[in-house]
Write a new protein. Structure first.
Length: 182
């Protein structure tokens, strides 16, 4: 930065001054300066003009800090996702136990993969929402309908969580793990 001040006579030119100089004064000299530089490079044999290509293609870069897949982070977040799936599975198990149904035998659940658990969770939630929605539609008392809707709201939120968050994240982590290899 000190070199710029020396060139400017130790003055601090405004950006408008620099821009005006660049656009008005240098505009006349730049093509000639570029041509002379090319000729000098050819004379010193730094370049040859045998194969000359000019490509104006512009390609958008995709190298920001969020475009990379980090194995450590993916593994950590996948473990948290597995815990969340297990927690959701236990919530659904509690709901189905209250109704007298059994989602799956306890011994079988320990061998289920996360995808299988999510499928069972989604299936149980869809069944519950459909059953309760039909019950609400058949109910004639407005207050009872409101109460049933209020009771159904957490189940619908769980279903939305499974469909829009847990499932897609599980697929994303699976794809990222495939990229890692060994």
């Amino acid at each position: 930065m000190t070199n710029v001040y020396h060139l400017a006579g130790l003055q601090k030119p405004d950006y408008r001054t620099i821009n005006r100089f660049r656009t008005q004064q240098m505009e006349k000299f730049l093509p000639k300066l570029f041509e002379e530089m090319i000729h000098q490079l050819i004379e010193e044999k730094h370049i040859t003009m045998e194969n000359y290509f000019l490509d104006g293609t512009k390609i958008e870069a995709s190298a920001n800090k969020y475009s990379f897949v980090w194995k450590k982070a993916t593994t950590k977040f996948e473990a948290k996702l597995q815990e969340k799936i297990e927690e959701t599975y236990q919530q659904i198990q509690t709901i189905t136990d209250e109704e007298g149904h059994e989602l799956s035998a306890q011994d079988e659940t320990s061998f289920l993969t996360a995808e299988e658990k999510l499928t069972q969770i989604e299936k149980a939630l869809v069944e519950k929402v459909e059953k309760e929605t039909n019950g609400i539609q058949l109910e004639e008392d407005v207050q009872v309908r409101k109460e049933k809707r209020r009771e159904l709201s957490p189940v619908k939120k769980l279903l939305k969580l499974v469909r829009e968050d847990l499932g897609p994240r599980l697929v994303k982590f699976k794809q990222q793990k495939a990229l890692f290899g060994d």
